[in-house]
Design a protein around this ligand. Structure first.
Ligand SMILES: NC(=O)c1ccc[n+]([C@@H]2O[C@H](COP(=O)([O-])OP(=O)(O)OC[C@H]3O[C@@H](n4cnc5c(N)ncnc54)[C@H](OP(=O)(O)O)[C@@H]3O)[C@@H](O)[C@H]2O)c1
Length: 215
């Protein structure tokens, strides 16, 4: 599968490694392909990997991931070119974290709207699935932890797109996925991240994760 990643931060690079390790053809998108971290990622990541601008990555992917700073997500999609996302499964990993008042963060959108919904509105012909935003990037691939495998919670309007994301999750080692319905569920997945940070600050690890326990 061809995978396009919009965003070259810790998340984009980590997910890019994960997809490449599964044998997918990954293009990492950035505004500056000469950036040191990106060039290092290119050198050290085994598999079929390349780097380009946001528009190259979006055009390349059959599946496209949005992994930019939350406040820049819509601008990055504009740079990537909306048409490049048409008909595609788009995985939105962003969080609307607001650290203008310091830590722990607030959210710059929430409860009546979300970044997931904004991304879907911006890309009406794409099939957006909110996924991966509720864990730290080291946990996104092979999420086996000391106390077991956490739960990934996803949301999106298109059932087939969510099935595709479910297959990706299984390949990455996620044993338990909960689908909470339409993309409006992103409001609560994004809010969960604000809670995640507060939990992380109080349990002595920067990579905690949540698991759904059923009675
Ligand atoms: N870090 C985590 O563990 C984690 C976990 C879950 C979810 N998330 C969410 O995932 C997203 C990515 O996080 P991150 O930690 O990898 O890095 P980040 O610093 O939040 O974002 C880096 C990316 O944002 C792009 N960007 C920044 N300002 C921009 C602007 N004005 N216009 C266009 N693009 C801009 C950068 O572009 P260039 O490539 O051009 O520099 C880079 O690709 C965030 O929304 C974050 O909240 C993070």
């Amino acid at each position: 599968m061809k995978v396009g990643i919009i965003g070259s931060g810790d998340v984009g690079r980590r997910l890019g490694q994960g997809f490449a390790a599964q044998g997918h053809d990954v293009k990492l998108g950035t505004r500056d392909p000469t950036k040191k971290e990106v060039q290092e990622w290119l050198k050290k990541t085994p598999g079929t990997v390349s780097v380009g601008r946001f528009s190259d990555a979006a055009a390349h992917g059959e599946v496209v991931l949005v992994c930019t700073l939350g406040a820049a997500a819509e601008a990055a999609i504009g740079l990537a070119g909306e048409k490049n996302f048409d008909g595609k499964v788009v995985i939105d990993v962003t969080n609307p974290l607001d650290i203008s008042k310091g830590m722990p963060p607030g959210l710059f959108v929430g409860t009546t709207d979300s970044l997931g919904e904004r991304v879907q509105r911006r890309l009406p012909k794409a099939r957006v699935v909110k996924c991966f935003n509720i864990v730290g990037n080291p946990t996104m691939i092979a999420p086996r932890m000391k106390e077991g495998v956490p739960t990934m919670i996803i949301a999106g309007n298109d059932p087939a797109a969510k099935r595709k994301v479910g297959e990706i999750l299984v390949a990455f080692g996620w044993e338990d996925t909960v689908d909470i319905g339409g993309i409006d569920g992103a409001r609560w997945l994004e809010a969960l991240t604000a809670l995640w940070v507060r939990v992380a600050m109080n349990v002595g690890t920067w990579t905690p994760a949540f698991r759904v326990l059923r009675s």
